[in-house]
Design a binder for this molecule. Structure first.
Ligand SMILES: CC(C)(COP(=O)(O)OP(=O)(O)OC[C@H]1O[C@@H](n2cnc3c(N)ncnc32)[C@H](O)[C@@H]1OP(=O)(O)O)[C@@H](O)C(=O)NCCC(=O)NCCS
Length: 221
């Protein structure tokens, strides 16, 4: 699909280590494959067991997930399941979503990496990338995240990027109820660690498609 018809396909968030972008239909099958191996032991990090479904449900629900996010996108509620590419190979997903963003200025994020890509700083890099898009690109005032209390890597990423603990809630993970740690990163804290080496390519088209540019307004105004 051409960015001329779906501007968000032109959005690329590029760091020295990786690129985040919406996967095209041609790129989704490679993502389907890497998502087969996210976690093998220990507590399940997700509310749904989407990545351990048997075939053909696994593949069809993966495709439907991406198509659903496109089909239901509107300015008052959107969810961008950005794929993370290292050397142009997909290694995971860094999603960012918001409800009533123009009023609230709040985004939420979620992520996963294929197991062979975990524990090497890529999760931190892709979260830093999507935070740059949210704060620098969209003008967010805060970013929220959440992780099972036993999820050391996800909580480790949030801690390194300056999130503050924001309470616990009981949450239904796919293998049972457990406490989930809520996290919040305020804009002022992000500004103290703002990076200069993250590029936002295709931002104007993304802002327009997300309803964040008034008619006739340009980014230089
Ligand atoms: C969560 C995830 C995206 C993080 O990405 P990652 O590349 O593995 O994480 P990073 O290597 O960038 O950073 C993890 C940090 O947490 C730290 N960490 C890991 N386990 C920890 C623990 N039990 N306690 C404290 N810190 C821990 C690591 O030491 C590292 O910090 P360091 O770089 O200062 O050493 C990835 O591990 C993943 O996909 N996990 C499975 C799916 C998942 O849990 N998704 C999130 C759902 S909320």
């Amino acid at each position: 699909m051409d960015a001329a018809y779906w501007p968000l396909f032109g959005l690329k968030i590029r760091t020295p280590r990786l690129e985040l972008r919406l996967p095209t239909d041609a790129e989704i099958p490679a993502l389907v494959e890497v998502a087969r191996d996210i976690h093998t032991t220990g507590d399940v990090p997700f509310s749904s067991g989407w990545n351990s479904l048997p075939e053909p449900e696994y593949t069809s629900s993966f495709l439907q997930f991406h198509w659903d996010k496109r089909a239901s996108l509107k300015s008052s509620s959107w969810d961008l399941p950005l794929a993370a590419f290292v050397d142009d190979e997909p290694v995971g997903q860094q999603s960012v979503n918001a409800t009533e963003f123009p009023t609230l200025g709040v985004v939420e994020t979620g992520s996963w990496l294929t197991r062979s890509a975990q524990g090497r700083g890529i999760g931190t890099e892709m979260r830093a990338a999507v935070l740059h898009f949210a704060f620098e690109g969209l003008g967010a005032v805060e970013a929220l995240s959440a992780a099972r209390v036993s999820n050391g890597s996800s909580l480790g990423v949030s801690a390194k990027l300056g999130y503050e603990l924001n309470g616990l809630r009981r949450f239904a993970f796919s293998d049972g109820i457990a406490d989930e740690q809520l996290l919040r990163l305020r804009r002022e804290v992000w500004e103290e660690q703002r990076r200069e080496d993250i590029e936002l390519i295709g931002l104007d088209g993304a802002l327009q498609q997300l309803g964040l540019v008034e008619d006739g307004e340009t980014q230089s105004e």
